[in-house]
Design a protein around this ligand. Structure first.
Ligand SMILES: Cc1cc2nc3c(=O)[nH]c(=O)nc-3n(C[C@H](O)[C@H](O)[C@H](O)COP(=O)(O)OP(=O)(O)OC[C@H]3O[C@@H](n4cnc5c(N)ncnc54)[C@H](O)[C@@H]3O)c2cc1C
Ligand SMILES: *[C@@H]1O[C@H](CO)[C@@H](O)[C@H](O)[C@H]1NC(C)=O
Length: 355
């Protein structure tokens, strides 16, 4: 096999895949092409809008559990590297009376496959956040995504991966001709995120769709991650991630099949209301915060979901094409697991040298 690879997409999945491949095999000659790169802000580019923390949604799905477990270890390790923008933080998860009743007051409903991995325990009554009745805490991480994405870019450039901005592709196959060497790439890796919904040539029977999220960046500070389930509005919850460089990301909502980039101001108000109700220290001057929420900006992002979960596989018709998209709400926590699967598929491509 010649060693030229084109990766479509410079989101967390494309960049992590590029980095993992090149670290494993220095002889690979990799071009990452994308219409959006770190630093850009667009509704067609999800990665800059994430919170982000590690809190696996794998449930009973053993495949996704494996993907997320790889990410857990990797992000814990990255927390020791100051330039990565990752830090270790306690993750507190609580539930309101409504959420507790909805779950038939069954603690098992709040148990996770990763409880042992992440050192989870049930909170004492006096540790619960205001307005909640049950909760757990585990050892997690927060990823400051603007810093982390530029860290990934720096890592890629340092080891000789070429990044190139392009106009949006119409057909995934067109990317194969865009290797920086000018030669046709021997492998093409599709990490186009939600962009696949507008790409031809995918050979995918499953649909990829947006789940809209809205997050508010405030300058106010908190000590650790706090999530509260059981809001009155369906598809809404509270999560707050302290960022290492200061400020807090507050969400959230989960609006299935909503593709609009427009802020819903009533949702923003509800998000901020929940934040003040459950996390009063945010506006407590005694903790060094202003007496109000100091909003820096409101971001709307579209999570790239796919029916039946992510697609990480070789194309059934074109052996030179590998797909890695559909990360949904877990693209950061899953990124190293995605990349490792991609790397395995690339290793397995070797026998097809004649392509
Ligand atoms: C509000 C919110 C909160 C989130 N919180 C978390 C969290 O706490 N933890 C977590 O793990 N995840 C979180 N996520 C999910 C995470 O952000 C995504 O899963 C992840 O960013 C997806 O990355 P990606 O690389 O697949 O896609 P993207 O970041 O969208 O990248 C796609 C890339 O492909 C390129 N592209 C697409 N189509 C084309 C085309 N036709 N031609 C050329 N280039 C193209 C784009 O330009 C871009 O470079 C959150 C998401 C949102 C919106
Ligand atoms: C997002 O992509 C679609 C399809 O390519 C395009 O019509 C739209 O203008 C893009 N939106 C932005 C804000 O770039």
């Amino acid at each position: 096999m010649s060693n030229s690879i084109v990766i479509v997409g410079a989101g967390v999945i494309g960049l992590t895949s590029a980095l993992t491949l090149k670290k494993e095999n220095k002889d690979l000659d990799i071009t990452v092409i994308a219409s959006h790169l770190p630093g850009d802000i667009s509704i067609n580019y999800t990665s800059p809008f994430a919170g982000a923390n590690w809190q696996s949604f794998a449930g009973d799905d053993v495949e996704v559990q494996k993907i997320d477990e790889i990410g857990y270890h990797e992000f814990i390790r990255l927390a020791d590297i100051p330039t990565s923008g990752v830090w270790k933080k306690k993750n507190v998860n609580c539930v309101t009376q409504k959420g507790w009743d909805d779950a038939q007051r069954d603690p098992k409903a709040f148990a996770n496959w990763f409880d042992k991995l992440a050192n989870s325990r049930v909170l004492e009554k006096n540790e619960l956040v205001p307005g909640t009745v049950y909760g757990t805490v585990f050892d997690g991480v927060v990823i400051s995504v603007p810093i982390y994405l530029s860290y990934l870019v720096q890592q890629c450039l340092e080891i000789g991966i070429v990044l190139q901005r392009i106009a949006p592709l119409k057909n995934i196959e067109d990317a194969r001709a865009l290797h920086h060497s000018g030669k046709k790439a021997s492998l093409l890796i599709n990490c186009a995120g939600l962009g696949v919904s507008r790409l031809n040539g995918l050979n995918d029977k499953k649909r990829t769709y947006a789940v809209k999220g809205q997050v508010v960046l405030v300058s106010n500070k908190i000590d650790h991650v706090i999530c509260v389930e059981g809001a009155k509005h369906p598809n809404e919850m509270l999560y707050a991630f302290p960022r290492k460089e200061g400020g807090t990301i507050i969400g959230g909502c989960f609006l299935v099949d909503q593709w609009s980039s427009k802020e819903d101001k009533t949702i923003t108000q509800r998000i901020l209301g929940r934040a003040v109700r459950h996390i009063p220290q945010l506006i407590d001057p005694a903790t060094g915060n202003p007496d109000h929420l100091d909003v820096v900006k409101v971001n709307v992002g579209l999570r790239p979901f796919r029916e039946d979960g992510p697609r990480i596989e070789r194309d059934s018709k074109r052996p030179w094409l590998i797909h890695a998209y559909g990360a949904g709400g877990g693209g950061y926590q899953g990124s190293y697991g995605f990349a490792e699967k991609v790397a395995r598929l690339v290793r397995e491509s070797k026998p097809e040298a004649k392509l």
